[in-house]
Design a protein around this ligand. Structure first.
Ligand code: TRP
Length: 345
């Protein structure tokens, strides 16, 4: 059996502002993974244009997300940080995967149904084929592990299906060209647990999201200290006091969310948070949470602001990351072309 070198790949779209959910749910985990793995972190600008983006805003958002990656602790020396469109291998492999994936598979993707809404005829073809590009992102590097949120699990499964079908459809050619019995790995999703799932401040049953029309529902990384305090103060709660035990949070999604956010920001368990705030009113927890969030986010905001003032530095990081990414993807695509039967060197 072919053994694949462990490699982590993940990505985020440069649309809208990053928020506390991205930070606690994804970034902190990505930062930790750098210590023990070879990691590639991508700003997926090609995914962003599956819905029309104003070009200037796209450029700005790409730089902003890159700045946020770095400000949150991703290290551009240790990991590869780049934007997708600078490495053409993604687009090329996506085309080949368009020819491997089946319509029936894509028709099952719930995210397309959600994003396309009622008028599917008006959705871009790119939005429909989005998961094939995502599979190409991952497999252009033969990545073995992909940290993602629960909402991306179905896309990851599709990437595995594509890898498996490619390995089977081209089995003979893969063997003939000396690549053993499997060319692509079946990538493992690393689903971020509910412990780091941050919910909307207005509705504890919905994920905190950049597309929620109410800005009060989320804490953006770039929010001022006043805004953070205001949003937490206004966060929806219920009428009861806080419970002293975690079991008491059951059926109280808003209370659970605030306790969870406090715990995640402070590196504690929910038990520890409730040991301190259980039995008290929400106002006590909210005041402490506002102070904590401001304290944790202000150095990040400072660093993002600094990087926003130095776009040539950010662009240089993306250029360097793209070169290093291409050095991995180019030979893999050369092999893919050979396996598929394309002539060329
Ligand atoms: N679809 C992912 C999201 O919206 C972003 C993404 C694109 C991604 N390509 C990826 C995530 C590859 C992990 C691996 O969150």
């Amino acid at each position: 059996m072919t053994i694949f070198t462990p490699r982590v790949f993940s990505g985020m779209q440069p649309t809208g502002n990053l928020h506390l959910g991205n930070y606690l749910g994804a970034m902190l985990n990505w930062v930790k993974m750098q210590e023990t793995n070879d990691c590639i972190y991508c700003v997926v600008d090609m995914h962003a244009i599956t819905m029309w983006q104003e070009p200037k805003a796209l450029r700005q958002a790409t730089r902003d997300v890159t700045a946020a990656y770095i400000a949150c602790g991703l290290d551009p020396k240790r990991s590869i940080i780049f934007n997708q469109s600078q490495v053409q291998e993604h687009a090329e492999l996506a085309w080949i995967f368009n020819c491997v994936a089946r319509l029936g598979w894509l028709n099952r993707m719930t995210q397309f149904k959600d994003k396309a809404g009622k008028d599917k005829e008006q959705a871009s073809v790119g939005l429909y084929a989005y998961p094939n590009l995502m599979a190409a992102d991952i497999l252009a590097y033969k990545a073995t592990h992909v940290p993602v949120g629960e909402d991306q699990k179905q896309h990851l499964e599709l990437a595995r299906d594509i890898a498996q079908k490619f390995n089977i459809d081209f089995a003979e050619s893969i063997a003939d060209n000396g690549f053993g019995d499997a060319f692509f790995p079946l990538t493992e999703p690393m689903i971020t647990g509910t412990a780091t799932r941050v919910m909307s401040l207005r509705d504890g049953t919905k994920k905190m999201s950049k597309s929620d029309p109410s800005d009060l529902s989320r804490i953006n990384l770039m929010d001022s200290a006043d805004d953070i305090a205001k949003k937490i103060r206004k966060a929806k709660t219920d009428m009861d006091a806080l419970p002293s035990e975690v079991a008491g949070l059951k059926g109280r999604p808003e209370a659970d969310n605030l306790v969870n956010i406090f715990a995640a920001l402070n590196g504690e368990t929910k038990e520890q948070v409730l040991a301190q705030f259980g039995g008290g009113q929400f106002s006590g927890l909210k005041n402490a949470l506002a102070d904590l969030a401001v304290a944790k986010l202000s150095p990040i905001v400072g660093e993002i602001t600094r990087l926003q003032g130095d776009s040539s530095h950010v662009d240089a990081i993306l250029a360097d990351g793209s070169n290093r990414a291409r050095a991995i993807a180019a030979p893999i695509l050369r092999d893919v072309r050979k396996i598929v039967g394309f002539i060329g060197s």
